[in-house]
Ligand binder design. Structure first.
Ligand code: ZN
Length: 340
């Protein structure tokens, strides 16, 4: 009996100790779980280093009711441009706003958010990233105070995790640290497997994830009310296409794209508001010509170096930034077609 009583007392002590331990662990877990999602993410990033909209104009074009786009510059990253290279924009519903790509730096994204706030005070419920390239996703952090869903292709998280830090280091080296202050990798919180519809309040957007084309994680946004398709970099206009996925896959996906019942398109670069599907024609011509040239060079036993010097050359006058990207495209296409 005595033994049992002593054991019971010890047990009680153990129970008290364990309860205290569990309570403290729970509190610590709560602090760790809650702080990053509320307090920290609401904490305002400094924006002093970002040029204001009056210091440097931010030209928004209204393309339909509640639909706006900012056209990107046809430039490579440099020490002045804030990586404001991609077409980015937003759609306003009755309840909330969806942003489609956030630009190439925290400041590019912050300037987009500032421009949005001149038009609407509704919350930004969704930040949609069409793919992982820095000019499309590096403005993501500017929207964290809005606590949106970050939406992307189901392969986007992997691509950002693999390449994001490398992209950021490269951009810092090219553009200087100052222009990239506040720029962070922000991963998707909502992944699109095949097709997902989001509703901004009487305003639906249909998001579609593609098999490998421009990259292995391209996503389009279709606005059925206005018949507008936002293609991300599945479509380049004026700016030479950049192959980071599959030259053949891209041509196949373009056949799928043509079936989307849109009448107008916002491409990832160029335009920014063009007739659909006509706007696909120049890119299709470039990819077909590049494929023909590469197959010819490979058939003749040519090397990758020869491919980089020759393939796609007849397209030179049709594209901006041809010298910057054509040889790279030839190399990517050569590696893909060499073994077919
Ligand atoms: Zn791009």
């Amino acid at each position: 009996m005595q033994n049992k009583t002593r054991l019971n007392a010890t047990d009680k002590l153990h129970v008290m100790f364990l309860s205290l331990l569990v309570i403290s662990c729970l509190s610590l877990t709560l602090i760790f779980v809650l702080v990053p999602t509320t307090a920290l993410s609401r904490e305002a990033q400094t924006t002093d280093h970002c040029p204001t909209l009056s210091q440097r104009p931010f030209l928004l074009i209204k393309i339909a009711e509640g639909t706006y786009v900012r056209k990107g510059l046809h430039q490579i990253f440099n020490k002045q441009n804030l990586a404001a290279i991609a077409n980015i924009g937003f759609v306003i519903g009755e309840k909330s706003i969806a942003v489609i790509d956030t630009g190439g730096s925290f400041c590019d994204g912050h300037r987009l958010l500032t421009a949005i706030r001149k038009i609407s005070q509704k919350p930004v419920s969704h930040v949609i990233n069409t793919h992982t390239h820095p000019d499309h996703v590096f403005g993501n952090a500017a929207f964290q105070p809005e606590q949106p869903e970050y939406v992307g292709h189901h392969n986007l998280k992997r691509a950002l995790a693999n390449r994001g830090m490398l992209y950021l280091e490269n951009l810092k080296r090219i553009m200087g640290e100052d222009q990239l202050t506040g720029t962070k990798i922000v991963l998707p919180t909502l992944e699109v497997q095949t097709t997902t519809t989001i509703d901004l309040g009487n305003r639906k957007l249909i998001l579609k994830a593609y098999d490998t084309a421009h990259t292995d994680h391209d996503l389009t946004v279709f606005d059925p009310d206005n018949k507008i398709i936002w293609t991300g970099d599945l479509l380049f206009v004026e700016h030479i296409p950049v192959i980071d996925g599959s030259i053949l896959g891209w041509q196949q996906r373009m056949e799928e794209l043509k079936k989307i019942p849109a009448t107008m398109v916002v491409p990832g670069h160029g335009g920014p508001f063009l007739l659909w599907p006509k706007a696909l024609e120049n890119q299709q011509h470039y990819l077909e010509q590049m494929t023909r040239d590469l197959r010819e060079i490979i058939k003749e036993g040519g090397t990758m170096l020869e491919a980089q010097q020759q393939a796609g050359k007849s397209e030179k006058s049709a594209w901006q930034l041809f010298e910057e990207f054509n040889a790279r495209n030839a190399a990517a296409g050569f590696a893909e077609l060499e073994w077919e």
